[in-house]
Design a protein around this ligand. Structure first.
Ligand code: NAD
Ligand code: MG
Length: 386
C-alpha cells in the first residue's frame, strides 16, 4: 500500500490523481490533502478519501473547512505551516506536487527534506529553484518522477539508455489555441479565446501559459534540470495533434518517442505506480484515426514568451525565478482583464530587463527573488493600460 500526500488536490492534476486512487483502493491510500480555494470540493474529497490531515492555503479558511468537515476524523490545518505538515506527514511515502505556481516550491522542498518520493507536476519548483532542488533530491536520496506529459515521455524514452548517448531531447508542443492566428491579431484575443485549449483540459494558469507558449519555456527549464541536459540539447517542436508527447534522439541517429491519447491520467499513473504500469481508462491510441502527424518549428517572434524563457535560461542564476514570478503576475492580470494578451510578454520582459541576475544559495533566496519579481511585475502592470 502506497500512502500519498496530494498537494493541490482540488486542481486539474489533483482531481485526476484522486480518480486513479479511487480506482485502486488496494494500492493507494490518501494520507494528506491540500487545497487553495474551492472548500466545498475539498470537503467532499476529505469525506471520500479520509486523509488524516487536510491543509488549506489560507489560515482564514480553516474555520469554514472545519464546519464543512464536522463529524469527520481529520486534522484540519492552514497556512504554509499547514501545507508543510501535509507534505511531510509521517505515514506518506510519496507526495504528489500539484499546486500551481511558485507557491508549490516550499511544501515540495519540505517533502524532499522529509525523505518523501515526489511525483512532480509543479514545474515551477524546477523553474525557480532547479539546481537547489535537484541537489536536495540527491542529498536526501528520494525518487523524483515527472508528471508533466512531455517529461514523462522523455523519462520513458531514456529508460535503459546511457545519458552520454543522448544527442537531443525534443519536447513537443501543441502550439495552443493561437498556433494559426496571425501575429497581428494576437493583440485582440480575449480571455475566453485564450482559455480554449485545443487538446488538453487543464487549470487556468497553465492554459494561458500554453496560449503564450510560456508553458513550453517553463518545460525547457524543467527538462534542463530533470535530465541534467544543456539547453542547446533541448529543442521544441510544434506538434498540433499532441500524440507524440516528446522524443529523445541518440548519437546513432535513432529517435525514441512516447505516444498516447492526450490524457494526464497516463503520466500521473506512471509516476504513482512506477515501475509497474496500471490500467487508467485512457482511450487506447489508434494511429489509423489520424490522417497525419505534423511537426514544425515554433515562431519565436510571435511567441515572445518562449524566447524570453530561453533568455532566462541563458542568464541563469535568479533570472528564471524572476521570469516565472513576472509570468504569474502577468497571467493573473490578463485573466482579470487588466492587461491584454500581448502585454503578458511585455510585463515579463520589462521585469527581466530590470533584474540583475544573481546567485541563489537557498530556497529562501529563491523565494526572495520570487517576491522581487512579483512586486516589480505588479508595478509594471499598474502602469499599463489594456
Ligand atoms: P489548477 O489551477 O487546476 O490547480 C491548482 C491546485 O493548487 C488547486 O488545488 C489549488 O487550490 C491549489 N493552489 C492554488 N494556489 C495555491 C496556493 N497559493 N497555495 C496552495 N495551494 C494553491 O492547476 P493544474 O492545472 O492542476 O496544475 C498544477 C500544476 O501541474 C502546475 O504547476 C502545472 O503547470 C502542472 N501541470 C498541469 C497539467 C495539467 O494538465 N493540468 C499538465 C502538466 C503540468
Ligand atoms: Mg506539459
Amino acid at each position: 500500500m502506497k500512502q500519498l500526500s496530494i498537494l493541490g488536490s482540488t486542481g486539474s492534476i489533483g482531481v485526476s490523481t484522486l480518480e486513479i486512487v479511487a480506482a485502486y483502493p488496494d494500492r493507494f491510500r490518501v494520507a494528506a490533502l491540500t487545497a487553495g480555494k474551492n472548500l466545498e470540493l475539498f470537503a467532499r474529497q476529505i469525506r471520500q478519501f479520509s486523509p488524516r490531515i487536510a491543509a488549506v492555503a489560507s489560515p482564514e479558511d480553516v474555520p469554514q473547512l472545519k464546519e464543512l468537515c464536522s463529524g469527520l476524523n481529520v486534522e484540519i490545518v492552514g497556512g504554509l505551516q499547514g501545507l508543510i505538515a501535509a507534505a511531510t506527514a509521517d505515514e506518506s511515502d510519496m507526495v504528489v506536487a500539484a499546486i500551481v505556481g511558485a507557491a508549490g516550491l516550499a511544501p515540495t522542498a519540505a517533502a524532499v527534506r522529509a525523505g518523501k518520493d515526489i511525483a512532480l507536476a509543479n514545474k515551477e519548483t524546477l523553474v525557480t529553484a532547479g539546481h537547489l532542488f535537484m541537489e536536495m533530491v540527491a542529498t536526501h536520496g528520494v525518487k523524483l518522477f515527472p508528471v508533466d506529459s512531455e517529461h514523462s515521455a522523455v523519462f520513458q524514452s531514456i529508460e535503459g539508455h546511457r545519458s552520454q548517448d543522448i544527442s537531443k531531447i525534443i519536447l513537443t508542443a501543441s502550439g495552443g489555441p493561437f498556433r494559426n492566428t496571425p501575429a497581428a491579431q494576437l493583440a485582440h484575443v480575449t480571455v475566453r479565446d485564450a482559455l480554449n485549449h485545443p487538446n488538453w483540459s487543464m487549470g487556468r494558469k497553465i492554459t494561458i501559459d500554453s496560449a503564450t507558449m510560456m508553458n513550453k519555456g517553463l518545460e525547457v527549464l524543467e527538462a534542463r534540470w530533470l535530465f541534467d541536459a544543456p539547453v542547446d540539447k533541448i529543442e521544441v517542436n510544434i506538434h498540433p495533434q499532441s500524440i507524440i508527447h516528446s522524443m529523445v534522439e541518440y548519437v546513432d541517429g535513432c529517435v525514441i518517442a512516447q505516444l498516447g491519447t492526450p490524457d494526464m491520467k497516463a503520466p500521473i499513473a506512471y509516476a504513482l505506480s512506477y515501475p509497474e504500469r496500471i490500467a487508467t481508462g485512457v482511450k487506447p491510441l489508434d494511429l489509423t484515426d489520424f490522417s497525419g502527424l505534423t511537426f514544425f518549428k515554433p515562431d519565436m517572434e510571435k511567441f515572445r514568451c518562449l524566447a524570453l524563457a530561453y533568455r532566462a535560461i541563458r542568464d541563469g542564476e535568479s533570472m528564471p525565478a524572476v521570469m516565472n514570478a513576472a509570468n504569474e503576475i502577468a497571467v493573473e492580470a490578463f485573466l482579470n482583464g487588466t492587461i491584454g494578451f500581448l502585454q503578458i510578454a511585455e510585463v515579463i520582459e520589462r521585469t527581466m530587463d530590470a533584474h540583475p541576475a544573481h546567485d541563489l544559495k537557498s530556497i529562501d533566496e529563491v523565494l526572495q527573488a520570487d517576491r522581487w519579481g512579483r512586486d516589480t511585475a505588479r508595478n509594471i502592470c499598474g502602469g499599463l493600460k489594456n
